[in-house]
Design a protein around this ligand. Structure first.
Ligand code: ADP
Ligand code: MG
Length: 695
């Protein structure tokens, strides 16, 4: 399996170079894992009289007659009649006419393969494969594999079918011992799975299409299963072995806050998650928890309560946000909530002044500060804690696995980690990308929220939209106008935003209307001032790019107009929309677009108008875009499977995950003799792929 590809018959050094460059096929094993995307059914000969409108590709035997070139210039073609004992069919060539013509012999017997089409009601095959009928070509080749290839390979004679010649040379050389079984024998029986060896043979050269499907299933299952086993083992080992800090008690900070300062009663979902966190942090394991909640479900409060528990036990906490604005906002709302508790809360971002920063770092190290809120700046090396007990990562989308690792490395006994998502993640993706974490779900919004009414309007309706916004503002509400970041250049985006600003201003010319603007080119202070003016109601309108996308909380804002809404992804739209509907007033989201929309854009907009449920939107987003494109996950590499696709193979993934966690529950270190094959395979693969590096 590890033989270099150039050792294979039919692959010289030149082809080997190309196979490596174009398809990353370095070894026999790589070629084996390069599976066909379809098969040409040459398993049986068809009679011409059997051809009908349902026919797809067919294999025919017959004699050629009436070979002639007809038509002129653009209609010029070579045609011939193929006759068998049952009927006649026309063959046609539009290209390479003289070359083909020279090869064809009037009256000779041929094997013909191709896709049936109909021309003027008569069946015909255009550009068929055609070979003289001989003892060899007359044999049925069965199902012939066709492989993914590239233009460069095709130019060197390695098209999708030619690669099949290579796999055909490879397969007879393989013994069962080259592809040892890696699933327990009992499972193969109980779940009717092909053995690994059979599956690899059959995925290339099946005898029936059913067998091909079975082989593909087995190989996809195996791929997903091992990814899930790895994650289940990481989870299980953390539960069993990692030493975690123990938050023994709920003390005065928490109690006083909960009893005297909590501005509302918690939702059941919030209570449940607090309990889960209590449970994780109280029993000596390290918590690694993903909190998925829809926009506005109140994740910040959960984080704050958890940080108070840490403080009650003498530990420090940090809370990281993806943007400066958001960090400032968290800092402001947390200090407002806890200022009477006598707990030290600080802010650390990229723009914290040098002198202040030096002081802050010293106080963190001394343990004077209990809670520090900030941006990426928090995980930089100079930041040292006296005893970091809990790290909260807000809006995970922008933080990767690497950052989590850096946090863990900050001290000997790693802090508990709570990761909060900006919007829900599709289940299959959460399973694969965050399967090593325990997961909490908040699927409940605080009471009294009115669902945001979302509509789609085209530019033609702009004046009406503006009138509507004006009425809302005159009622005392506030409005957002959001512009996309489209161009590669920040300059063009800035100019677009300015145009937008002028346009909004033109609709609201009276001096009583004040407009804030926030965009990426401003300094953090400018952004903060503009945000603050909007927050306090000094300005009624906020014109912004997506910098306000996450987390911003202005309950009095009840309208959001999203310009060029077709330029945004679904989860981004949902996240943006979450900025309204936070107060008690009825809120609106207006999606503005031009008239011309792609089918996918239309579907996105329709989804937004149809539902406010982030969990549903997340699934739709994944279905529309596919796993490769979901923000923030590409970097993890966790979703790049060779054979499986987490959208299309959802059912297989679910089965694989269920079997993996059952297996690890029963036999966490894979010590039972039955499970030895699984263990061996895991060990053999270690370090060979993205997955184990992350794990
Ligand atoms: P997200 O989950 O999107 O981060 P936030 O934590 O920003 O949501 O909370 C959204 C708004 O809901 C905030 O104004 C917050 O104060 C409020 N909130 C949170 N929990 C509750 C609750 N149990 N009852 C009422 N309002 C709540
Ligand atoms: Mg939030």
């Amino acid at each position: 399996m590890s033989n270099p590809i150039e050792y294979l018959k039919g692959v010289g050094p030149l082809r080997a170079e190309l196979l490596k460059k174009e398809l990353q096929l370095f070894t026999f094993g790589d070629l084996l894992e390069h599976v066909p995307f379809r098969h040409l059914d040459k398993s049986k000969r068809t009679l011409i009289s059997e051809i009908n409108h349902q026919s797809d590709t067919v294999l025919l035997h017959g004699r050629l007659h009436h070979i002639e070139v007809v038509g002129k210039q653009r209609t010029k073609r070579l045609q011939a009649q193929l006759r068998d004992e049952s009927g006649v069919l026309e063959l046609a060539w539009f290209q390479g006419i003289s070359w083909v013509e020279k090869r064809l012999q009037e009256g000779a017997k041929y094997v013909v393969f191709g896709k049936v089409g109909f021309f003027m009601g008569q069946p015909q095959i255009v550009h068929p494969e055609i070979d003289l009928l001989t003892a060899e070509t007359g044999l049925s080749p069965g199902l012939e594999p066709v492989y993914p290839s590239t233009e460069k390979l095709k130019a060197k004679g390695l098209n999708g079918r030619a690669i099949g010649k290579l796999t055909a040379a490879l397969l007879p050389q393989l013994q069962p011992k080259d592809l040892p079984e890696n699933l327990p024998a009992r499972w193969l029986r109980e779940h009717a799975l092909l053995s690994r060896y059979e599956a690899y043979k059959a995925v290339h050269f099946p005898t029936t299409l059913q067998q091909y499907q079975d082989a593909l299933y087995r190989l996809k299952f195996e791929e997903l299963f091992f990814a899930q086993v790895r994650l289940a083992m990481i989870r299980s080992r953390r539960h069993r072995f990692t030493k975690g800090l123990v938050f023994e008690q709920v003390g005065n900070y928490f109690r006083e806050f909960y009893e005297k300062h909590l501005p509302f009663s918690l939702t059941d979902a919030q209570k449940r998650v607090i309990k889960e966190i209590r449970n994780d942090t109280g029993r000596g394991i390290q918590m690694n928890r993903l909190l998925q909640g829809d926009v506005g479900s109140g994740k910040t409060m959960v984080a704050l309560l958890a940080m108070l528990i840490a403080a009650d036990n003498g530990y420090q906490s940090c809370m990281m946000a993806p943007t400066e604005i958001l960090a400032q906002q968290h800092y402001a709302s947390i200090t407002r909530l806890v200022h009477t508790l006598g707990i030290e809360v600080r802010l650390l971002t990229g723009s914290t002044k040098k002198s202040e920063r030096v002081k802050l770092l010293a106080e963190l190290l001394e343990g004077k500060i209990s809670i520090v809120v900030g941006t990426h700046a928090l995980i930089e090396d100079p930041v040292q804690f006296k005893s970091l007990g809990l790290a909260v990562i807000d809006e995970q989308h922008r933080f990767g696995v690497a950052q989590r690792a850096r946090l863990k490395a900050k001290q000997e006994v790693p802090p508990h980690i709570l990761v909060m998502t900006a919007t829900p993640i599709p289940r299959t993706m959460a399973m694969t990308a965050y399967g090593d974490l325990d997961c909490s779900i908040m699927d409940e919004l605080p009471p009294g929220r009115k669902p945001v009414t979302t509509v789609h309007r085209t530019d033609a309706a702009r004046a009406g939209v503006m009138d509507f916004v004006r009425k809302e503002i005159e009622k005392g509400r506030q409005a957002y106008f959001i512009y996309p970041l489209i161009e590669e250049s920040a300059k063009v985006d800035y100019e677009n935003l300015m145009k937008g600003y002028e346009e909004v201003k033109a609709f609201f010319p009276e001096p009583k209307f004040y407009i804030s603007m926030v965009h990426g080119k401003q300094s953090p202070e400018q952004k903060e001032t503009n945000m603050q003016r909007f927050k306090t109601g000094d300005t009624q309108i906020m014109v912004a790019t997506t910098v306000i996308e996450v987390g911003v909380d202005v309950p009095n804002a009840s309208v959001m107009v999203i310009e060029s809404a077709d330029r945004f992804g679904l989860s981004q739209l949902h996240q943006l929309r979450g900025r309204v509907g936070r107060g008690s007033e009825k809120s609106f989201c207006i999606l503005l677009t031009g008239n011309q929309l792609s089918k996918e854009s239309k579907e996105r907009l329709q989804t937004m108008c149809a539902t406010n449920d982030g969990f549903i939107i997340a699934e739709k987003d994944l279905a529309l875009r596919g796993p490769g494109d979901i923000e923030g996950t590409r970097q993890s590499g966790a979703l790049n499977f060779k054979m499986a696709d987490i959208v299309q193979d959802k059912a297989i993934l679910q089965q694989a995950a269920a079997m993996a966690s059952q297996l690890i529950d029963e036999d966490p270190e894979l010590e039972q003799p039955d499970h030895a094959v699984v263990k061996q395979f895991l060990q053999a693969k270690k370090g060979k792929n993205e997955w184990s590096r992350i794990a």
